[in-house]
Design a protein around this ligand. Structure first.
Ligand SMILES: [Zn+2]
Length: 384
């Protein structure tokens, strides 16, 4: 699905629930089921929802009344039917009833935020320049961009989703984010205290892969997104569920050594880290140095091959079908990407290129903001 279509539909595929539901969660689960069904297939009648969810008509009517009352669902006229008899009242998601704040702290130059309606449409955007701020100063700027966004909201806010660089635990504490000078910063709590709104915080690359699954041009449930910028990180969805390690270092592949024969110097002090091979600073510096078009292509192919070497065991072990790259398309989108794909196919014994897709993200630099929307929809409404 194209991003624009996704925005129009507000559509997003569901992540598979990773645990069994306890009885006390049944009502919340059923609410989510009704909303998810309307997100996916709306407009629908009460009877359609009952058939699709296998909930009784009484339960559906009861939940629908509650959701209309809370401005999450709206009645949209009667079904067009040529048949005689009573025509059913159609229901759909009330896209204007609530708004969300999506926040992207991953950019090198500015913290960015957007006001998004329940249909996934971006209504307003704002940003605050980072200007090299670190520690508390950086936190103040992150809070400032959220304040700016709040002032732009024109409907009740459902919550705030944040994609931030760093190693982030499941309570929203940034254990470490070197680029922002953060160690054990309770980002979720700081934002909740300032706004009084529910807040979800996740690593930016994990957020970006959520966006790819929910809004991107992808059909599979087995995806790795590799973000290449100053550093390199990955986010993984396996079997439709986000893949998280219990120590929260999942996807931190930037300083994994690639190859055995040495390689470029890494900023961490070692050599031949993946980041040293394919990070944007190296790609840009080498391309600036190389005048000949063939040399430039050969260099990009070599860098892409190193990415393929690093990813091959991951792709095969996790049975991934889609590899998505996020980063500057002018550097990554041509020879680099083709070489990475060739290498992946060679090294995984995946014979048919159609069985393993590798391409650039179709969501562009908004992928973290889209993912932040998924965080709020999942956290607050149980839909994604
Ligand atoms: Zn390194």
């Amino acid at each position: 699905m194209k991003a624009t279509d996704a925005r129009r539909r507000g559509a997003a595929r569901a992540l598979r629930p990773s645990s069994k539901l306890l009885p006390e969660y049944t009502r919340a689960h059923n609410r989510s089921l009704v909303l998810q069904t309307l997100y996916r297939d709306g407009p629908l009648s009460r009877a359609d929802i009952s058939r699709s969810t296998e909930l009784t008509r009484v339960t559906v009517s009861d939940l629908v009344a509650e959701l209309i009352d809370e401005s999450f669902i709206v009645e949209r006229g009667l079904r067009d039917e040529s048949r005689p008899g009573k025509r059913a009242t159609m229901l759909e998601i009330d896209r204007t009833g609530h708004q969300m704040i999506a926040v992207d702290l991953s950019d090198d130059t500015a913290f960015r935020a957007a006001i998004v309606n329940l249909g996934g449409e971006f209504l307003e955007r704002c940003e605050v320049p980072i200007d090299g701020a670190l520690g508390n100063e950086a936190l103040a700027k992150a809070l400032a961009v959220i304040d700016m966004a709040r002032a732009l909201a024109t409907a009740p806010l459902l919550g705030i989703g944040v994609g931030s660089p760093g190693v982030i635990d499941d309570l929203g504490v940034v254990r470490v984010a070197v680029s922002l000078g953060w160690t054990d910063v309770n980002l979720r709590s700081a934002i909740e205290q300032q706004t009084g709104l529910p807040v979800s915080v996740m690593n930016d690359v994990n957020v970006a892969v959520l966006a790819e699954h929910g809004f991107g041009d992808i059909d599979s449930d087995d995806i790795i997104l590799v973000r290449i910028g100053q550093g390199v990180g990955a986010g993984v969805i396996v079997g439709g569920a986000t893949f998280r390690g219990s120590r929260f270092w999942d996807g931190e592949i930037g300083h994994v050594t690639v190859g055995t024969g040495g390689g470029p110097q890494c900023r961490c002090g070692r050599t031949a880290c993946l980041e040293a091979w394919v990070g944007v600073p190296r790609l840009t510096a080498e391309l600036d140095r190389l005048a000949d078009e063939h040399d430039r292509e050969r260099f990009l192919r070599d860098a892409g091959e190193h990415l393929g070497i690093a990813l091959a065991p991951i792709v095969r072990t996790l049975d991934l079908a889609d590899v998505v790259l996020s980063g500057p398309a002018d550097l990554l989108g041509g020879a680099f990407l083709r070489a990475a794909h060739d290498t992946l196919l060679e090294r995984t014994m995946i014979g048919d290129p159609d069985d393993l897709s590798l391409r650039m993200t179709t969501l562009g630099r908004d992928n973290v903001l889209f993912g932040a929307v998924v965080l709020v929809l999942t956290g607050q409404l149980g839909v994604s």
